[in-house]
Design a protein around this ligand. Structure first.
Ligand SMILES: [Ca+2]
Ligand SMILES: [Ca+2]
Length: 224
């Protein structure tokens, strides 16, 4: 509000005076708005600055994470390559799971097979699962020695590493009245103390015992 007592006595100028007062009020009001706008602008500028700083910080963090991710990916690829390089089999050997297998190219007794495998850093195969049994039947079409015998104690079948045969993973041939191992049966005078695998449509119906000096091929196994 404009108060100008000395000027009010001069009537011809009242209208002009009031108009000026109004104009001043408007200008004053505009001044207040300008100050507010300036304050808002400063406030917004400050907030934008803070936001900009935060954005830069987040961007830097993102770049760091990206670098870390790239480094980890390279490390993973390197380790995978290393694993792959380590788990290869020598030429001519077949890989299955963690092991390498070799079917002999010549025939011999169980002991000859045992020695030949040992000379190659391996052993006559030890069969631990039906999957392994199936794999072996795929690589051999003939009778082949495996690392199983009851040479130490008749009827106690042990693998070549000394472990006892697990009856839930034993795949002896059974058909009609024939049930292996039979140690040669009633009519044979020769003990059958060494086991071999033989091709059969049923992979769970495949092992037989024969005299250890029987001549046949053999299967070696070693870790990849
Ligand atoms: Ca026997
Ligand atoms: Ca037999």
């Amino acid at each position: 509000m404009c108060l100008c007592p000395s000027i009010l006595k001069n009537r011809p100028h009242v209208a002009v005076f009031l108009a000026l007062c109004g104009l001043l009020a408007v200008i004053g009001g505009l001044g207040v708005h300008a100050a507010e706008l300036s304050s808002i602008k400063a406030n917004l500028t400050e907030r934008l600055q803070v936001s900009g700083d935060k954005l830069s910080s987040v961007s830097a963090e993102r770049d760091q994470l990206k670098d870390n991710f790239t480094a980890l990916t390279q490390e993973k690829d390197g380790l995978q390559l290393l694993c792959k390089q380590k788990k290869t089999c020598p030429e001519g050997w077949r890989m299955f799971g963690p092991s390498c297998y070799l079917l002999s190219t010549r025939d011999g007794s169980w002991e000859i097979g045992k020695k030949d495998c040992g000379d190659q850093g391996a052993a006559l195969v030890i069969i631990n699962s039906l999957e392994e049994q199936k794999f072996l039947l795929n690589i051999t079409q003939r009778h082949s020695w495996i690392g199983l015998s009851d040479k130490d104690t008749e009827g106690t079948w042990k693998w070549i590493d000394g472990t006892l045969l697990n009856s839930t993973a034993a795949y002896w041939y059974r058909k009609g009245d024939v049930a292996q191992p039979d140690n040669g049966g009633k009519v044979s005078t020769v003990e059958e103390d060494c086991a071999h695998i033989k091709p059969d449509p049923n992979p769970q119906n495949s092992w037989n015992d024969l005299p250890c000096n029987t001549v046949m091929q053999w299967i070696c196994e070693k870790l990849a």
